[in-house]
Design a protein around this ligand. Structure first.
Ligand code: NAD
Length: 424
């Protein structure tokens, strides 16, 4: 099928894969910076890519061999940093793209890390806890050579959580001695930071608040629709409502809910804790993903999967503001369309950077063995997020470009300087 987006610039499907999409964003910012071609190719190329086989004995007694990946993209500004994703669609291209995004995200927030990402192609929703533990331990053992508190520090992502980080920490520590700084996003009892669990959602709402403040408006009374009710989506909804906004719709993998008057988010969370889905929540109408994207809300927040805002559905988006809670939720052609239509998109590398920022605080606390109270964590997070927003906002105004291009420009400039200063 030919669409107005079929430009022939992508190899396979006519649409970019995740890695091509991130490189396209990089190139458009690097063009504006007039970046030297040699530095450009250094910055675009991942430093190291590790692929491992992960054989796991399943509860049935049979062995299943999973594919595991860790990509270290750029480490010029500090140890590699990035989450571990468990999802059936994990592949090397996606992990590369996400690793690259981490390089730009850590630079944009000015936390002293490089960018990495890892993942295992598996379906955690259909695995038992014992299978997940065996998978995590085997995967950790097989990538342990390239990890380390001063080398590469994983964190949770889609399909992984504090428990998975606890197993990774234990597996690594059983070889090298007690090493809490090997992962972030751990349970607080094992050296995790207060405030880390909520940090990404808190950051998303801080960015929304910063945006409305910069526009001379307020978040109070603003409506939003959120895709995803996992770590990012649930805390985003909670903080949006706590700041006086109205969350009118949320979807997850099993369904969704809508209430024009605003959903009761604490009651929804309670319902989710019991049912493991939000579908069927009383006091709300059913909602699907397609309709969620076309709701006439003030702000649309994708907080689940990548590539969900496509050339096909972007034309139906009525929200004037999109805040990317998920990583790369917007395909480049859709991004162009939204920009042309005047829809403001606040990019993932800024909007969802609260998680890695508090991961930095956690790593710092682990290295010093001196722990902060939650108020200090949230205060420092607020300062870093608002500063990064203003950097991007001012650059976007100066360059007359999108927030995404401005965010990439700022980040690429910082990494480029570090790379050049370190020399070859
Ligand atoms: P999670 O596993 O906790 O939650 C994922 C949510 O997405 C769940 O509610 C799930 O039901 C929903 N979902 C899955 N498939 C869906 C579908 N087809 N339609 C609608 N909903 C669907 O994951 P998370 O940690 O909240 O991460 C979500 C996104 O945010 C990912 O893109 C991740 O890379 C990104 N992110 C996470 C963090 C973090 O700190 N956890 C930080 C930065 C970015």
């Amino acid at each position: 099928m030919t669409t107005r987006f079929s430009t022939g610039r992508y190899k396979a499907s006519g649409h970019p894969n995740a890695y091509e999409a991130v490189n396209e964003m990089f190139d458009s910012a690097a063009d504006r910076l007039n970046m030297d071609p040699q530095l450009r190719s250094i910055l675009k190329t991942p430093f190291r890519e590790v692929t491992v086989a992960v054989p796991v004995r399943m509860d049935s007694g049979k062995i299943h061999v999973y594919a595991g990946f860790r990509v270290q993209h750029n480490g010029a500004r500090g140890p590699w940093k990035g989450g571990i994703r468990y999802h059936p669609q994990v592949d090397l291209d996606e992990v590369r793209a996400l690793a690259s995004l981490m390089t730009w995200k850590t630079a944009l927030l000015d936390v002293p890390f490089g960018g990495a990402k890892g993942g295992v192609s598996c379906d955690p929703m259909n695995m038992s806890m014992t299978e997940l533990e065996r998978l995590t331990r085997k995967f950790t053992a097989r990538i342990a050579l390239v990890l380390g508190p001063q080398r590469d520090v994983p964190a949770p992502d889609l399909g992984t959580d504090g428990q998975v980080m606890a197993w990774m920490m234990d597996e690594y520590s059983s070889r090298r001695g007690y090493t809490p700084a090997i992962v972030t996003g751990k349970p607080v009892t094992l050296g995790g930071s207060l405030g880390r669990k909520a940090a990404t959602g808190r950051g998303v709402v801080t960015i929304a608040d910063s945006y409305y403040t910069a526009m001379g408006q307020s978040l109070k009374g603003k409506t939003c629709a959120v895709q995803g009710f996992g770590n990012v989506g649930s805390f985003t909804a909670q903080f949006w409502a706590e700041r006086g906004g109205k969350v009118v719709a949320i979807t997850d993998v099993k369904g969704g809910v809508y209430n024009a008057k605003g959903l009761d988010v604490p009651a929804l969370s309670k319902f989710f804790d019991e049912k493991r889905t939000i579908a069927g929540f009383p006091g709300a109408e059913p909602m699907n993903n397609q309709d969620l994207f076309s709701l006439p809300v003030d702000c649309l927040i994708p907080a689940a999967l990548g590539d969900v805002i496509t050339p096909d559905n972007c034309v139906h988006i009525k929200a004037p503001l999109v805040i990317e809670g998920a990583n790369h939720p917007t395909m480049p052609e859709a991004d162009e369309d939204l920009h042309e239509r005047g829809v403001v998109v606040i990019p993932d590398i800024l909007a969802n950077a609260g998680g890695v920022t508090v991961s930095y605080f956690e790593w710092t606390q682990n290295l010093t063995q001196f722990y902060w109270d939650e108020e200090k964590v949230n205060r420092e997070l607020d300062v870093k997020m608002r500063r990064a927003f203003m950097d991007v906002h001012e650059l976007a105004r100066k360059e007359k470009c999108s927030y995404r291009t401005a965010a990439f420009m700022q980040a690429i400039k910082r990494v480029g300087e570090a790379e050049t200063q370190r020399g070859n």
